[in-house]
Design a binder for this molecule. Structure first.
Ligand SMILES: Cc1cc2nc3c(=O)[nH]c(=O)nc-3n(C[C@H](O)[C@H](O)[C@H](O)COP(=O)(O)O)c2cc1C
Ligand SMILES: Nc1ncnc2c1ncn2[C@@H]1O[C@H](COP(=O)(O)OP(=O)(O)OP(=O)(O)O)[C@@H](O)[C@H]1O
Length: 313
């Protein structure tokens, strides 16, 4: 059977003949803790010549439980799937998280999965994993059901950083506070934005600081401000240093709408609107400000460039 790299339901894998090793969770941000769980499933699948899969949920369960204040995701589901594939996951199952799924009793959860995925061999979660109706199930529940059904249950110890568990919630808080280095430490990679350059108001060129503008808007918004970043044309290997502003440009835009990521390369570049770039965020330099004049803004950007140059290693 050809294994689909992504699926919206269990049926896509119902014809599977080989052993299935399944990691379960939301995995927003695919941080270091998530990686440990997912890698265990991938290694086991490779060892047994089976198939590795991740069961994740879309929309995020909070959309069902508190639609008025859902969790603001670090990354869209497509980016998450790409990152999981890069770790070696064969199939990412993005299950619709609806009332019916949420109502499955914790003690029936594994039997339900086994019925839907007949070659299921083992499952992989973190030790803090909760599931089933009212989140009543935990790893002990899984181990008990696994014993009855002949399924292996592997729970990863909670990975910590500076003594505290890594979680998507913690990373969201770091991003919102502009603590980008801390967020990167927890993620285990540099927080990155990707998109196609669009034309701006061309004021940047006039004041001597041309920018590549990305209309990039994740659900979880990093703090508005100026950052030291590296960028590259998508698909290329080489990164170049730059200074970027993420925000609504209050100095020049009286009616700010959507935030924009504006990247000013420290050395001249030849990229055009329509070109796709990746921007890796490395360090927060200062908050975005409303200046009294464009002249003051220009002087501050010159200083920001100096700060960024001093950070180039
Ligand atoms: C390093 C850097 C810092 C910036 N800081 C601010 C800021 O603090 N406040 C602000 O209103 N705009 C800020 N901007 C955005 C500028 O207002 C914007 O780049 C300029 O208006 C050009 O916009 P354009 O590309 O649409 O022509 C910054 C831009 C850069 C590149
Ligand atoms: N620090 C960690 N170490 C090991 N496993 C983890 C860690 N954090 C989460 N996991 C496991 O990874 C899977 C996905 O985790 P999930 O995205 O649901 O949790 P989270 O990162 O704590 O997110 P949130 O903060 O939004 O609750 C689950 O099986 C969970 O138990």
């Amino acid at each position: 059977m050809n294994i689909p790299s992504s699926a919206e339901n269990f049926q896509a894998l119902s014809g599977l003949k080989s052993e299935l090793h399944l990691a379960i969770g939301v995995f927003d941000g695919v941080h270091l803790g998530h990686k440990a769980v997912v890698e265990s499933a991938v290694f086991s699948a490779q060892r047994s010549k089976g198939v590795s899969a991740v069961l994740t949920f879309d929309p995020h369960p909070s959309q069902l439980f508190r639609p008025e204040n859902p969790t603001r995701l670090i990354m869209p589901i497509e980016t998450k799937a790409t990152m999981l594939h890069a770790i070696g996951v064969d199939c990412v199952i993005c299950k619709k998280f609806d009332r019916e799924f949420a109502a499955i009793l914790a003690e029936n959860f594994l039997a339900h999965l086994k019925e839907q995925l007949p070659t299921l061999k083992s499952i992989y979660v973190g030790e803090n994993f909760r599931f089933g109706q009212k989140r009543a199930g935990d790893v002990a529940t899984l181990i008990a059901s696994g014993r009855e059904l002949g399924l292996g249950v592997f729970s990863a110890e909670r990975i910590k950083h500076n003594g505290e568990p890594i979680s998507s919630t913690r990373i969201r808080a770091e991003l919102e506070a502009g603590r980008i280095r801390e967020a990167n430490d927890l993620l285990g990679y540099n927080y990155t934005s990707s998109g196609k350059i669009v034309s701006g108001a061309k004021l940047g060129r006039k004041i001597g600081f041309p920018t590549m503008n990305l209309p990039w808007q994740p659900e979880c918004l990093p703090r508005f401000g100026v950052y030291f970043v590296y960028f590259r044309q998508s698909g290329e290997k080489t990164w170049a240093p730059a200074v970027a502003n993420y925000g609504v440009k209050p100095t020049v835009d009286a009616n700010p709408s959507e935030p924009t990521l504006e990247v000013h390369a420290l050395d001249p570049v030849e990229l055009q609107p329509g070109d796709a770039i990746d921007v890796a965020w490395l360090k927060f330099i200062r908050p975005e400000q409303k200046f009294d004049s464009v002249g003051e803004l220009k002087a501050q950007i010159a200083q920001d460039c100096e700060t960024a140059r001093s950070l180039v290693s």
